[in-house]
Design a protein around this ligand. Structure first.
Ligand code: HEC
Length: 167
């Protein structure tokens, strides 16, 4: 009887071990989402905002479904020079490396030099008649997308934006 129990216990341990190993990477990922990671510039003045993990995850969901066809992984498929990595965002005119500037961009996007509106060719609230996916997005959704774009490189590192800013 006790050998049966011992065998049973061994079987349970053998089953749980691979299960625990499977769950480990998830735990490691969760650890990266600390307050520092979730804190990003709110506006050009240097004010910061700390998002919750839930907010960033819904931002990711909206981003992937509304913007993923062109921007999956933080790159821009149809214009590799204008990626969503922090360096490229920072060098735009005006700099787009903060929530306020990004939300502004999603309402009325401008060329990289800030000279002209590109709302007719880039999805935005202004062009929601052409880009139907924009119709369902409200200001809060735009804020969450911006949060995701700014937090993603801190979580994904070099992978976000194709890695061209890291060497
Ligand atoms: C049809 C493809 C396409 C879709 C869909 C799209 N974009 Fe873009 N995006 C582009 C292109 C092309 C550019 C570069 C525009 C330019 O010439 O300045 C760009 C530029 C940007 C920039 C400026 C990047 C920088 O470094 O200055 C941001 C921010 C951005 N997109 C966010 C979004 C978001 C958020 C969505 C979803 C709501 C989205 N885009 C949907 C193609 C797309």
């Amino acid at each position: 009887m006790s050998t049966v129990l011992q065998g049973l216990r061994r079987a349970v341990v053998l089953l749980l071990l691979p299960l625990a190993l499977l769950l480990l990477p998830t735990a490691a990922e969760a650890l990266q989402w600390d307050a520092e990671t979730l804190t990003v510039p709110a506006d050009p003045s240097g004010t910061t905002v700390t998002f919750s993990e839930t907010e960033i995850k819904s931002g990711r969901k909206i981003f992937n479904s509304s913007c993923g066809t062109c921007h999956a992984g933080g790159i821009t498929k149809t214009n590799q020079n204008v990626g969503l990595d922090p360096e490229t965002l920072a060098l735009a005119t005006p700099p787009r490396d903060n929530v306020e500037a990004l939300v502004d961009y999603f309402k009325d996007p401008t060329s990289y030099d800030g000279e002209v509106s590109i709302a007719d060719v880039h999805p935005s609230l202004r062009s929601a008649d052409v880009f139907v996916k924009m119709r369902d997005l409200d200001d809060e959704d735009l804020r969450l997308i911006a949060g995701y774009i700014l937090v993603a490189p801190k979580v994904q590192g070099p992978q976000w934006g194709g890695g061209k800013i890291y060497f």
